[in-house]
Design a protein around this ligand. Structure first.
Ligand code: AHR
Length: 484
């Protein structure tokens, strides 16, 4: 039996709701026709966006959505996405899938989507093929009050008299790769140029710099060295970590199960080491990590479109456990993280939804976000687990408290062994009965399809947490415990 101590006197910090953020890119089937079906569609929609997805996102309290993202952002001209006449262009991904961008979704449509969901917007600015002035004009267009600038007047003609609220701006994307193949020092200097003007345009927005690719510590170090004494504004360092695959999305054996989870578990070491670099430069008092792309990246072709949608991959019980493990790592390190955005929302990598035509379903990953949503804004509490040294037989856990309740989320990382758990609360008493939600399927390859949308879905029950209880192998569990 494992004992899980919830050590109330040891508070880690507040879990920023934005840690439960999302990522949407004009790539494959994410927007067309995942999110966006158009105003005249027979598919139920709100301002052209699929109502099913909006309703489900509202239910999990989505705090923030990143757009236009991703490699797409680095060839994106925001002017293509406003007004009545929208050009059709090649985009970053055209060489991969032969699809063209008709710009049906642009700034106004994306902001409609955020408003319908109740989420904040996080825009990623093109630093590779644009200019600082062009980005400042985009900010002017979005943010200037009515009857001030020509940009505000143009925005009004296009349907929005009121300015948009965009509290987060990314300054580039993956500038170590698709975003210009820059060296960290080169990017650091570009960052100084862009960020200076962007701050001048809107000094209230948080500016997020392009950070490292996974364990590229040299990037963080050189970048920090380049900007540390510049006086330039920086609030976040974006780190991307895709934990890859082991086997395939659907076909994997037990060894590959464990390999996948241990790759996902590297997230903790990677974020800690980047954090230590920020600390080393004395920047940790003003900069936090924004892990604005994370997730599994399986070989494509396993999703409903059978490979038509670039990067679309099925999501099994294994992806749900990766999600739980990762979110627990984020909760346990919340004082270092301002935001995290799982990649990507629909018909793509590590997605929460599959949608096409009249069909819309959620994946096991969606259910985990639902089960973890009470952590948002909570105060994270340190936990300690006995007998948890062997990774393949361990349980992942985090705990937080809010409004008189403690939320505990667990994932049994074992593909073979059910685990007996006892909860030991130190410093606060919990009522004996808690609400328990369990996501479990005896087949670790189980997943949802348009034909069978509920193969993997959680059930809830009342649990007596004063006694040991069992977490089945491969299961994700959340407990909502009332404090006495
Ligand atoms: O999410 C897919 C791609 O992965 C993004 O466009 C890019 O930022 C990353 O390499």
């Amino acid at each position: 039996m494992k004992k899980i101590y919830i050590v109330y006197p040891k508070s880690i910090g507040t879990i920023a709701p934005e840690i439960y953020g999302h990522f949407t890119e004009q790539l494959g089937g994410v927007f067309y026709d995942g999110l966006w079906v158009g105003n005249n569609s027979e598919v139920e929609n709100i301002n052209g966006f699929r109502k099913f997805v909006i309703d489900k996102l509202k239910a999990i309290n989505v705090p923030v959505i990143r757009w236009p993202c991703g490699c797409f952002a680095e060839t994106y001209d925001w002017r293509d996405g406003i007004g009545k006449e929208r050009p059709v262009r090649r985009n970053w991904w055209t060489p991969n899938d032969g699809r063209y961008e008709n710009n049906a979704v642009g700034t106004h449509e994306f902001m409609d989507f955020c408003e319908a969901v109740g989420a904040k917007a996080y825009f990623a600015a093109n630093l590779t093929s644009s200019t600082p002035l062009h980005i400042c004009h985009w900010m002017d267009y979005c943010l200037s009050n009515e009857n001030t600038t020509s940009m505000a007047a143009e925005r009004k003609i296009n349907g929005s008299a009121d300015p948009f609220n965009i509290p987060y701006w990314g300054v580039g994307n993956e500038n170590w790769g698709g975003g210009g193949n820059m060296s960290p020092a080169h990017y650091g200097n570009e960052y100084r140029r862009y960020a200076t003007l962007m701050e001048n345009t809107d000094n209230t927005a948080a500016l997020i710099a392009c950070g490292p690719n996974g364990s590229d510590y040299k990037w963080s170090e050189e970048f920090c060295r380049t900007i540390v004494n510049s006086g330039v504004k920086i609030n976040g360092l974006a780190m991307h970590y895709y934990c890859g695959s082991a086997g395939d999305a659907l076909n994997f054996n037990k060894d590959e199960w464990y390999r996948m989870l241990s790759q996902a578990n590297k997230m903790e070491e990677i974020l800690l080491r980047h954090w230590h670099i920020l600390q080393g430069f004395g920047m940790d008092n003003r900069v936090k990590l924004a892990i604005d792309e994370w997730g599994c990246w399986h070989p494509e072709g396993s999703g409903p479109s059978k490979g038509y949608n670039l990067f679309e991959q099925q999501s099994t019980v294994r992806d749900a456990v990766v999600t739980a493990l990762t979110l627990n790592i984020f909760n346990n390190n919340c004082e270092k993280i301002m935001m995290a955005n799982v990649a990507q929302l629909v018909n793509n990598l590590h997605c929460l939804f599959f949608a096409s035509g009249g069909d819309s379903i959620v994946t096991p990953t969606y259910h985990v976000f639902d089960m973890f949503k009470d952590h948002q804004g909570g105060s994270a509490i340190q936990t300690a687990v006995t007998g948890n040294d062997e990774f393949n037989c361990s349980v992942s856990v985090s705990a937080s408290r809010k409004n008189g309740y403690t939320t505990v989320t667990l994932a049994n990382l074992s593909a073979e062994t059910d685990m007996e758990i006892s909860l030991e609360s130190v410093g606060v008493n919990l009522q004996n009965t808690a609400d328990m939600t369990v996501l479990y399927n005896e087949d670790m390859h189980a997943h949802n399809t348009f034909e069978h949308p509920d193969t993997v879905k959680p059930f809830t029950c009342a649990a007596d947490i004063s006694k040991p209880f069992i977490i089945p192998k491969t299961a994700v569990v959340s407990l909502k415990c009332k404090e006495c």
